[in-house]
Design a binder for this molecule. Sequence first.
Ligand code: GDP
Length: 301
Amino acid sequence: MTRLRSRLAGSNNAMGRGLLSVLSGDKLDDAVWEEVEDTLLGADLGVAATTEIVDGLKRRVQVDGSPSAEQLESWLHAELLAQVDPTMDRRIAASRIGDRPAVVMVVGVNGTGKTTTVGKLARVLVAEHKNVVLGAADTFRAAAADQLETWGARVGVPTVRSDKDGADPAAVAFDAVKQGIDGEADVVLVDTAGRLHNKVGLMDELSKVKRVIEKQSPIDECLLVLDATTGQNGMRQAEIFAQAVNVTGVVLTKLDGTAKGGIVVLVQRELGVPVKLVGLGEGADDLAPFDANAFVNAVLD
Ligand code: GDP
């Protein structure tokens, strides 16, 4: 988690420093609270969480009229941590369940970092000695299957794909899960297409992939990949995916490229599922489990 902290340091510190410098002024008047609100909103925490944090701080200040800067910092830490919710279960289903592999479907709009995330996740799981199968069910972008296969070769796991452009993504997903079952894999990771230009088409396609996978095995995890730099727009996309599949966790990518780390809070509130992994760069090692405490420390460091 030191890595998460240091990677976030450059981006999110602005928010922490801003908040703490505002709060450590002499008088906690309305102007100060407005500035705190603006900083939190500017970091994409959303209105509801921002209001709760500011109200929580105000309540604490009412009880203890003139808190020290350290006291304020520790209150802010507690309020932020409550919003990130450290009690959520953030484990990824990646071990055999009875006599079958865990099945993980990965969804998200093209360009959010879906294929890269599948590759990075495969690498993490292989390092944990898991037997992994990849399914390239993004059949509409020929390069997507090549990209996934390259990751597979890099980390030493098989990639199930179709050689035909525009092949049925559900059929590829089915074959990948079948190979996982037959080969007694620990986990099958299925990459999917995310062409958002046609919402109904996308939802129908994802629902079909889901249905066809479920002919052989339940889906244990459906990870939604969201680009942290897209803010509110990303949230709208998220809701569309959540209508099509049962999202169990979010991977927030490109957190290295934004000061808007508050999106973690917004995503969890709006979707009611935890952020489980964060993408912190384009490299193979740049995927980390999300740790609520480390995250808040990084923001306020
Ligand atoms: P897909 O279309 O959703 O499968 O997206 P890709 O996996 O092809 O990724 C799109 C671009 O985002 C690529 O250039 C990736 O290297 C980049 N990318 C993915 N994850 C991250 C991340 O966590 N941080 C940064 N900076 N770039 C990322």
